[in-house]
Design a protein. Structure first.
Lengths: 166, 371
């Protein structure tokens, strides 16, 4: 039965050694180990999380960039289209203006030409009348000494005029 | 225990026996004597001793003497080396190791009138020395791991520290956390200490060579201290409802007053739990050691039955011993595990603060309407 009855001596030593072990390990050993493992666990967790976040951020940035690019392309196309349209309009406008200007110039030129023609006709008329008066005067002075001469002359002249006219 | 040593001596003995077996075989009268010695042999190995036996038998023994510390009411304090005491030898300074009787194997004092008394024996016995050694070893191991982790906590560890960390965390995460419940952090250091204390003592108990081999966790004094520690932790950290369930459980009043039948049962229950822990660990480890010793001693028993039987029994014995040693290795872990698990569960049970539900309004209404 000695196996079943605890020895006071061994009880004492067991209490002593277990007490020391418990004191040392439960105060300085295991809490530190658990804390450190916890620290590492948290660190890994955080790292994973931040990595995931960074990845998400990257994906987001990429997406934004792509969207921006697409948007810009669209904008570019729009601007180009607009520009082309504007160019056409401008050209059309310029053409119209040029046409109008030309017309104006033509009209002016025509008027001028008309006026000048009138003027020329007028001056020609004046000249003609002056010449005819001159002519008449000379004829009168030279040959119209007699009546017959005068009459013959007039007739001839008139004939001539008639002929030149017809 | 010292199985391997036995195996070695068995091998040596075998060679001797093969040459000298006829002499032993003829000595048939020795057989009954041998059988008588078997029980004593095993018990002696299971029990504590004043010196740390390393190797040898009979006259030639190599052992480490350990200090004997005694306090006698008659003659006060005494400090000796255990080498001065041998079983059955004449008394030294009035003390001797009792050869038989109630105090067999223990140091007793014989006073002037011939009365045999047992002094207060605080000797650093084999188990005590082994305890101190394993405690030191455990502290060194765990503190080493802690220091290594503290130095660089963010780096995952390799080698021994890594294994120990995994081991500690497996007990922490799979035994303590789910069993204790909410505030497991408060109790984790205690439970981990208990686990590793039992485990290292179990393992070193299996080691047959010098620093191990003591039947430490198979000694009831050791398991008693562990069980009392768990008892104290459980009962000093109990919640209000835990004490209420013990002292005033939810049973019909006549079971509580005037004879506090249920409270008494509950109080006994709180004691039986750690008591079961104590006996379980003690019995398992002691039984394991006994089996190994029993298997080993088969060789010596069969010596008288002739060399053929002896040789075959030797082979069987060695095979079985190796097998049992592997089982013991498993048991060393399982028993530490079970002790820790149950301690954790008991703590968890004592921490639950469930409030017994008051009868709801609906239920009251139901009863009233029923009438």
């Amino acid at each position: 039965m000695s196996l079943l009855s605890p020895e006071p001596g061994l009880l004492f030593w067991m209490m002593l050694s277990f007490g020391i072990v418990l004191f040392v390990l439960a105060k300085y050993g295991f809490p530190i180990i658990l804390k450190m493992v916890d620290t590492r666990h948290n660190y890994i967790e955080e790292s994973l999380q931040s990595a995931r976040k960074a990845q998400e951020e990257l994906a987001r940035v990429k997406e934004t960039g792509e969207a921006l690019l697409a948007h810009t392309r669209k904008e570019q196309a729009l601007i180009l289209k607009e520009t082309a349209r504007k160019k056409d309009i401008l050209i059309e406008q310029a053409r119209e203006e040029a046409r109008l200007e030309a017309e104006k110039i033509i009209v002016t030129a025509r008027d001028q030409i008309h006026a000048e023609k009138e003027e020329a006709i007028l001056s020609i008329r004046k000249e003609v009348s002056r010449l005819s008066i001159d002519l008449a005067e000379r004829i009168l002075r030279e040959k119209l000494i007699t009546n017959e001469d005068q009459m013959g002359m007039i007739d001839r002249l008139l004939d001539e005029i008639e002929i030149s006219k017809s | 225990m010292r199985k391997n040593k036995h195996i070695y001596s068995v091998l040596a003995a075998l060679i001797l026996l093969l040459s000298a077996s006829p002499i032993f075989a003829k000595n048939s009268s020795a057989s009954s004597e041998e059988e008588l010695n078997v029980k004593e042999f095993i018990l002696e190995h299971l029990a504590d001793s004043y010196e740390w036996h390393i190797v040898g038998n009979g006259e030639k023994v190599i052992s480490v003497p350990l200090p004997v510390i005694l306090y006698s009411k008659i003659s006060g304090w005494h400090f000796y080396s255990s080498s001065r005491f041998h079983r059955g030898k004449p008394a030294y300074d009035g003390f001797q190791i009792a050869a038989e009787g109630k105090y067999k194997g223990k140091i007793v004092e014989t006073d002037a009138s011939g009365n045999v008394t047992r002094p207060l024996d605080l000797s650093l016995t084999k188990n005590a020395a082994s305890l101190l050694f394993t405690s030191l070893l455990l502290i060194l191991i765990i503190m080493g791991v802690a220091r290594s982790l503290k130095r660089n906590p963010l780096e995952s560890k390799k080698g021994f520290t890594g294994i120990m960390e995994m081991f500690i965390m497996s007990i922490h995460d799979e035994v303590i956390k789910p069993s204790v419940g909410e505030d497991y952090k408060r109790f984790a250091p205690y439970l981990l200490t208990v686990f590793f204390f039992i485990f290292i003592n179990n393992l070193l108990g299996l080691l047959p060579l010098f620093p191990g081999g003591a039947n430490v966790t198979g000694n009831i004094a050791v398991t008693m201290v562990l069980a009392v520690a768990t008892f104290l932790v459980v009962n000093l950290s109990g919640s209000k409802s835990y004490y209420k369930d013990i002292l005033w459980p939810d049973v019909p009043t006549w079971l509580k007053v005037p004879v506090p039948l249920m409270p008494l049962i509950e109080i006994v229950g709180t004691i039986t739990k750690p008591f079961a822990l104590m006996v379980r660990l003690f019995a398992n480890i002691m039984a394991g050691h006994s089996i190994v010793l029993g298997l080993t001693i088969l060789i010596f028993i069969t010596v008288s039955l002739g060399s053929a039987i002896n040789a075959s029994m030797t082979v069987i014995s060695v095979i079985f011993t190796v097998f049992i040693d592997f089982v013991e290795l498993l048991i060393a872990y399982i028993q530490a595990y079970v002790f820790t698990l149950l301690s954790a569960v008991f703590i968890g049970q004592a921490r639950i603060s469930h409030v017994s539900k008051p009868i709801s309004q609906e239920t009251k209404q139901f009863f009233i309407e029923d009438k």
